[in-house]
Design a protein around this ligand. Structure first.
Ligand SMILES: Nc1ncnc2c1ncn2[C@@H]1O[C@H](COP(=O)(O)OP(=O)(O)OP(=O)(O)O)[C@@H](O)[C@H]1O
Ligand SMILES: [Mg+2]
Length: 542
């Protein structure tokens, strides 16, 4: 451009818009085929050869390492949906890309981007209002069945969704209810993070189970230690309990052979002092991220305490949080003596080791600070275990959202179709220029049922026409209100009442999808100039 000297490239106007939209649509096309109960999985290989097989939109996009700056917005969009809702990450990306594509067409047809932005905003607001007031069914006292149905809907597109769906849907509901905690304002909260997922390879997925309390896939350091202690006082250490070896490079001159023994004993004495200090503070369960010397195990056995070595740092921090313990990284006090204060201990009603099938598992039950529960997932291989844990997490998030917001909507394209018809009418009532953008927004919503149908190898055009007709009737005629929950039956290729069929989703998830997708689309459509500075080849300013 004249007057602007740039050491780089500049793209503006329609060029940049088209290039951004093309990149976003390309990204959405990647995840498109994984939407819905008959969606397929993706296999991603990173630069060091690690393989991930997944159906989760957020995971796919995170691993793609998208370079295009506008397409990155979509990656962040999926991550945001994952963070705030936990499910619906594929839907949100597909919807955002469709909104963008249509907005770009409108700009090409000489509608000013500002009108489109205003129109999309109005459509989103009206859509959310309709969702809240008419389409969402409040469930005053959520029956267990609704929760299980929602979890099953979330699992249906995943590896756990086929034969084992019932088992895992029930497990997700139990797990979320096990971590229920009273919140600040009297409402209950359900911290999904408190559900600890253990993965074990081998055996069949149906042998997965729910364990009470925080479970660790580790055993006691010695078989002579008790199997069970109750009540448990837990010390969480990040301290080495092996013989305290002198540092490398230190040389000690010993002239008398007896001194050698003394020096060795002293090394053991330091470890003994540490252990005695912890036990004297009242601990009867000692967990350390480092090792424990075999010669030192006798101190634990003598006092009837359980000691576990090589606990991962992540686990130790979680256990500390659950039991109210403080992780201690060094035991030296100000005077240089080894000491351990009783206030650093955490508490649980009972700690015991149990043999579950072939594994020894240490379980901390009824922890003091936060409720915790663990899920032991079994799968044929590593990829399957990883994908199982991601799917389980999605389902648990859905149950959490249901319990928090207490309202459901019908899935399988029902909500999207109902909103689309409503917004179509809404657009027609407006006299302003936003009308066109709102009509496009309405049309864009249909991308979800369309993609669901295409993925299920059904006639999308035919099904969408039927779906629209049904929802049109439901909106116009009060006596046919019941038709508003009609959505796709993807196995038979026809319509059915998805609310009755148990394909339900939390209303909050759909609301966030609408919000986030619109915001992301607007962020990109607002851009009319892209300036890329060339990387400095010499590595500094000349
Ligand atoms: N049995 C079913 N029949 C019809 N539609 C279904 C059924 N189960 C799920 N769906 C629909 O499938 C869609 C969800 O698909 P999917 O779980 O693959 O994507 P997502 O939730 O958007 O993203 P992700 O799970 O990857 O975060 C929803 O629109 C849901 O209504
Ligand atoms: Mg899902």
């Amino acid at each position: 451009m004249a007057g602007l000297a740039l050491h780089g490239q500049r793209q503006s106007g329609q060029d940049v818009r088209t290039s951004n939209v093309t990149a976003c649509v390309a990204v959405a096309n990647i995840v498109k085929s994984s939407l819905g109960p008959v969606g397929l999985d993706k296999m991603l290989v990173d630069e060091v050869g690690d393989v991930t097989v997944t159906n989760d939109g957020a995971t796919i996009l995170r691993l793609l390492e998208v370079e295009h700056p506008a397409a990155k917005v979509l990656t962040e969009l999926a991550a945001q949906q994952d963070e705030e809702v936990g499910d619906g990450t594929t839907s949100v990306v597909i919807l955002a890309a469709e909104l963008l594509r249509r907005a770009n067409e409108l700009v090409r047809a000489r509608i000013h981007p500002t009108s489109i932005i205003a129109g999309y905003r109005m459509a989103m607001r009206e859509g959310i209002k309709r969702l809240r007031d008419t389409l969402a069914t409040p469930v005053d006292k959520l029956g267990r069945e609704v929760l299980v149905n929602a979890a099953r809907t979330s699992l249906s597109s995943k590896i756990l969704g086929s034969a084992e769906a019932d088992l895992f849907a029930n497990m997700a509901v139990d797990a979320v209810q096990a971590v229920k905690m009273p919140g600040i304002s009297g409402k209950f909260t359900y911290p999904v993070d408190a559900i600890h997922i253990l993965k074990a390879q081998g055996k069949s997925a149906t042998e997965s189970e729910l364990l009470p309390g925080y479970a660790l896939n580790l055993t006691r350091a010695s078989k002579l230690m008790p199997h069970r202690v109750s009540p448990a006082r837990i010390a969480c250490l990040d301290v080495d309990l092996r013989r305290a070896k002198m540092k490398m490079g230190i040389s000690v001159l010993i002239e008398n052979p007896e001194e050698i023994n003394k020096a060795q004993e002293k090394e053991l004495d330091i470890t003994r002092d540490r252990i005695k200090a912890v036990l004297a503070a009242g601990a009867n369960v000692v967990l350390t991220t480092k090792g424990i010397d075999d010669a030192a195990l006798k101190y634990f056995v003598e006092t009837g305490a359980i000691a576990v070595r090589r606990v991962s740092e992540h686990d130790l921090n979680r256990i500390a949080k659950a039991t109210g313990a403080t992780v201690q990284a060094s035991m030296a006090d100000l005077s240089g003596e080894e000491s351990f204060d009783a206030s650093l201990l955490g508490y649980a009603e009972e700690v015991y080791e149990e043999r579950i099938r072939d594994d020894n598992i240490l379980i901390m039950k009824k922890c003091k600070s936060t409720a915790a529960c663990s899920v032991l997932l079994r799968g044929a291989n590593e990829y399957m275990c990883d994908e199982m844990s991601r799917s389980f997490h999605d389902a648990a998030c859905v149950v959490k959202r249901m319990l928090e917001s207490n309202s459901v909507v019908a899935g399988g394209g029902a909500v999207e179709a109902a909103l689309s018809i409503h917004l179509e009418h809404y657009a027609m009532m407006l006299e302003s220029r936003e009308q066109l953008a709102i009509a496009e927004f309405a049309e864009a919503l249909l991308v979800i049922p369309k993609t669901l149908a295409v993925n299920a190898a059904k006639d999308a055009t035919d099904l969408i026409a039927k779906l629209k007709a049904v929802h049109h009737a439901a909106r116009k005629d009060d006596t046919k209100k019941k038709l508003a929950t009609f959505g796709l039956d993807l196995s038979k290729g026809e319509l059915r009442d998805n609310m009755a069929a148990g394909v339900v989703e939390p209303a909050m998830s759909k609301k966030k999808i609408l919000q986030f997708a619109t915001e992301a689309a607007l962020t990109i459509i607002r851009i009319d100039d892209m300036i890329k500075i060339d990387p400095d080849e010499k590595g500094g300013h000349s």
